[in-house]
Design a protein around this ligand. Structure first.
Ligand code: HAM
Length: 475
């Protein structure tokens, strides 16, 4: 009987499905990709802490009513969230992080959320048509800077927080080797936006036939401002001569935006002003921004200043699309894909029984490695040595220790370091015979000397952080 059947029978005859497939618009994340993602998250958290952010985690399930603040005409409400219909109140899988974070800060800090800065990372869900870079489940890394009391009272310090958020976003991308283009705009207050929207609707309604299908739909559903974003040449032509957003904005709105720009210049953050940039969520007021790498045509991160997401909470923030960034990084190969220098201990030959001496000695070697802080796995094998070595290289081992009956007798084995991960050119260095119980300390020392240890990796990370810090200071 196969192991699978045994398992099924032990658990009350549960039958395992053989036809289940990955859901559309979702991704499985495997080793190298998962490692890259972890590194990106840790870089993000490192930088976010430099900007005074603490981590926050909020539930994936939130009450549907929370997202009413995103607005009836926002992209998320139009393209719809995933709803659980059998709950009361109705719950949704969160489509973005800002609303949940704002809710959590209001509930837990009870009126003392002012000035709080948080960062988060987690899955978001949008019921969209899947396409390249657009998933139904995706991951956002985000920050939210809640306005401080001083900002609320004087009303003129908001540009400081806006510029700080944009600067953090920009630094994150440069720190991972992406050359970012930041585009910014000010959307003005809700009233200014509504007035502009009305005027634009009046202008476009008689010209409806000249618009693209998507823009017609946007005009019909009250999302007129989103037409400004269109890259369609018909839409661009039709918009020639349309009213301009700035005409509807007060001197105060424009001054606040100019201050954000000034602060960014002082911080050495390059940006472009793009008056056609309007965000897809209704909660934005004043500063709005997006970042891309100039040639994918897809935002890698976006955000802005908001108010009314939940009562009492206003602030500024942004979110990075981790999948989009990870794909770019993997193409550039800027962040090492190496796995964690894992050592394979190959128990060779007599491995049929858990009481075998070969297995027993191999387990001791694995223990010795782990005790010394070296990642190790046990591989019982019956194949020829060269096959075992080939397999170990393919699976990313950094060194291999083969333990057979001779090694048991000698209580010692040779450590074969793999030189070069190129499968065709792999070589092994097997300098000396090492006692099985000291093998962990021996490898640890060798790894440090060979500069392939996790410590070396950490040091590289620290050096990079130091570079980032120095860059900040020199900027
Ligand atoms: P958003 O523009 O909807 O803003 O999303 C932010 C980023 O998430 C996008 O720039 C993109 O990189 C990524 N993203 C969005 N949808 C998808 C998708 N379907 N598949 C893959 N990646 C996607 C927000 O969510 C706001 N909450 C950002 C914010 C924070 N504003 C203020 N604070």
């Amino acid at each position: 009987m196969s192991a699978v059947h045994c398992y099924a029978n032990l658990h009350g005859g549960v039958s395992l499905s053989t036809g289940a497939r990955l859901a559309r618009g979702c991704r499985d994340v495997h080793a190298a990709s998962a490692r890259r993602r972890h590194r990106l998250v840790s870089k993000f958290s490192e930088l976010a802490s430099l900007y005074g952010c603490s981590p926050i985690e909020t539930p994936i399930l939130e009450p549907a009513t929370l997202y009413a603040s995103l607005g009836a005409t926002s992209d998320i409400n139009v393209s719809e969230t995933y709803r659980l219909m059998d709950t009361d109140p109705q719950l949704v899988l969160r489509p973005e992080g800002t609303a949940g974070v704002a809710r959590a800060l209001r509930e837990t800090l009870k009126g003392k959320a002012h000035g709080t800065r948080v960062w988060y990372a987690g899955p978001m869900f949008r019921r969209e048509r899947p396409q390249a870079g657009r998933f139904r489940q995706f991951t956002q890394l985000g920050v939210e800077f809640v306005d401080s009391i001083q900002v609320n009272t004087s009303g003129n310090l908001q540009p400081l927080a806006d510029a700080d958020a944009i600067s953090l976003m920009y630094k994150f991308f440069t720190s991972i080797g992406i050359d970012p283009t930041v585009r910014m705009n000010t959307l003005g207050t809700a009233v200014q936006r509504a007035n502009f929207n009305e005027s634009l609707t009046k202008y476009l309604t008689p010209r409806r036939d000249r618009l693209s299908t998507l823009s017609r739909r946007r005009l019909d559903t009250g999302m007129c401002m989103r037409i400004l974003d269109s890259k369609n040449s018909q839409d661009i032509d039709t918009l020639q001569g349309a009213p301009c957003l700035r005409e509807f904005q007060s001197a105060e709105t424009i001054e606040a935006f100019e201050n954000v720009c000034l602060l960014l210049q002082q911080n050495g953050v390059p940006y472009l002003i793009d008056e056609t940039l309007v965000r897809g969520l209704d909660y934005y007021t004043s500063t709005a921004f997006e970042l891309d790498n100039g040639n994918t045509g897809r935002a890698l991160a976006a955000g802005g200043r908001y108010s009314g997401v939940v009562e009492e909470i206003s602030g500024v923030g942004f979110a990075v699309g981790l999948e989009r960034v990870e794909t770019l990084v993997s193409e550039m190969d800027n962040i090492s894909d190496d796995n964690d220098e894992i050592i394979f201990v190959i128990a060779l030959g007599d491995v049929d029984s858990c009481k075998s001496e070969v297995l027993n000695a191999s387990c001791r070697a694995v223990e010795s490695l782990r005790k010394a802080g070296v990642p190790a796995v046990l591989r019982p094998e019956v194949a020829h040595v060269s096959k075992c070595l080939g397999r170990a290289v393919r699976e990313g081992a950094h060194a291999v220790i083969i333990i057979g009956s001779d090694e048991v007798v000698n209580n010692a084995a040779r450590v074969k370091f793999i030189v070069g991960q190129d499968k065709k050119n792999m070589k092994f260095e097997a300098p000396e015979l090492v006692g099985l119980d000291n093998i962990g300390d021996y490898i640890r020392k060798q790894m440090v000397e060979n500069r392939i240890s996790n410590k070396a990796e950490e040091r590289r990370g620290c050096e990079q952080s130091e570079d980032i810090r120095q860059n900040f200071e020199s900027n």
